[in-house]
Design a binder for this molecule. Structure first.
Ligand SMILES: O=P(O)(O)OC[C@H]1O[C@H](O[C@H]2O[C@H](CO)[C@@H](O)[C@H](O)[C@H]2O)[C@H](O)[C@@H](O)[C@@H]1O
Length: 318
């Protein structure tokens, strides 16, 4: 039974090194907002950069479109957010890029007109319906770079279920090409024990690696594929491989989204927007505080697009 979590005392393990007195919170916040300004307050700057370019939207799911909750199976997106996303997809190619398996994230989002990249980008599918934004000759989208790992992931999922069932509150989630071990509902005194349990299972699987997200340990194939590669793959599938006429915008809240922010920074193209209430080390250019602000941003984008379509100068017929 998935009950309420114990109140966490802290989110990260303590450091024992003697550190200099930290700067005042307000100074840290001010520097954060200067380096990663709100995408809402800089909205005009963002859309101005899209002049003559096709905006392509990439959105993470958990913590970006839905609030973080104790039970991963109850991370529902609001109807208002779904409506905003539907409107966005009417105007711009839109993709959801999630650590969840594709079927699960689709069940939450329920919009057939979007692109989906599940399992941290290892399971990619194009829209089942809707407007086709693809440039001529762009290929159909369906890609699973880790398909050979399916039997191994299944095996490790079962082994992790068994190994961690002695840790109260631990939850193991099968995400098809990767596995998540959640510790949001585990008492902090059991965190290191749980990590040891996970590592002991992984010893037998050198082709799998361990990464971490928001109160979650992620077990993934060692292949060189991540959300950044998925973003590049989708841009290519849309026909924007080596183009200057595209402005990708990626919104995400987690460490795994940094791979996508980094790709955008390295390409010198588009913008990463980090969803966070707190200052963090990030490759994103802008920030939004929470999913409510993400929704405001999406709605403003739709409104701006509608207005720009109606105010476009009419072609003079002679
Ligand atoms: O890439 P994402 O779409 O952000 O998925 C990352 C992980 O998200 C989910 O876990 C997180 O959200 C849960 C629900 O709010 C929360 O309980 C958990 O602590 C978070 O880590 C999802 O359950 C994982 O499988 C994803 O890998």
């Amino acid at each position: 039974m998935w009950g309420r979590c114990p109140t966490p005392r802290r989110a990260t393990p303590p450091t024992h090194a003697k550190a200099a007195a930290p700067p005042l919170a307000s100074a840290v916040d001010a520097e954060w907002m200067m380096r990663h300004p709100s995408a809402l307050s800089r909205f005009q700057q963002i859309v101005s950069a899209s002049k003559g370019k096709q905006i392509v939207m990439f959105l993470d799911y958990d913590g970006t479109l839905s609030p973080i909750v104790d039970d991963p199976d109850s991370a529902f997106m609001s109807d208002a957010m779904r409506a905003a996303l539907r409107s966005v997809a009417r105007h711009f190619p839109t993709a959801i890029v999630s650590g969840r398996c594709l079927d699960k994230v689709y069940d939450f989002v329920k919009l057939a007109e979007l692109y989906y990249a599940g399992s941290h980008g290892m399971d990619i599918k194009g829209p089942a319906k809707g407007r086709n934004f693809k440039k001529a000759k762009a290929k159909a989208v369906l890609f699973q770079p880790a398909s050979e790992f399916l039997p191994m992931i299944d095996e490790v999922y079962k082994a992790l279920l068994e190994k961690t069932n002695s840790t109260p509150g631990a939850k193991v989630e099968n995400n098809k090409f990767c596995v998540s071990v959640h510790f949001r509902c585990v008492d902090e005194k059991h965190w290191s024990g749980l990590a040891e349990q996970v590592k002991s299972v992984l010893k037998e699987y050198p082709k799998l690696k361990l990464t971490s997200g928001r109160k979650v340990l992620e077990i993934r194939p060692t292949i060189k594929w991540d959300k950044g590669k998925a973003l590049e793959f989708l841009l290519e599938s849309l026909g924007f491989a080596n183009c200057n006429d595209v402005l990708p915008v990626y919104i995400g809240d987690d460490r795994t989204d940094e791979d996508a922010f980094k790709v955008l920074r390295e390409r010198g193209q588009g913008f990463g927007i980090l969803v966070s209430k707190f200052p963090k080390e990030t490759n994103a250019s802008y920030s939004l505080r929470d999913p409510a602000e993400v929704m405001d941003f999406l709605l403003r984008l739709v409104e701006w697009k509608r207005l720009s379509m109606t105010t476009r100068p009419k072609v003079q017929l002679v």
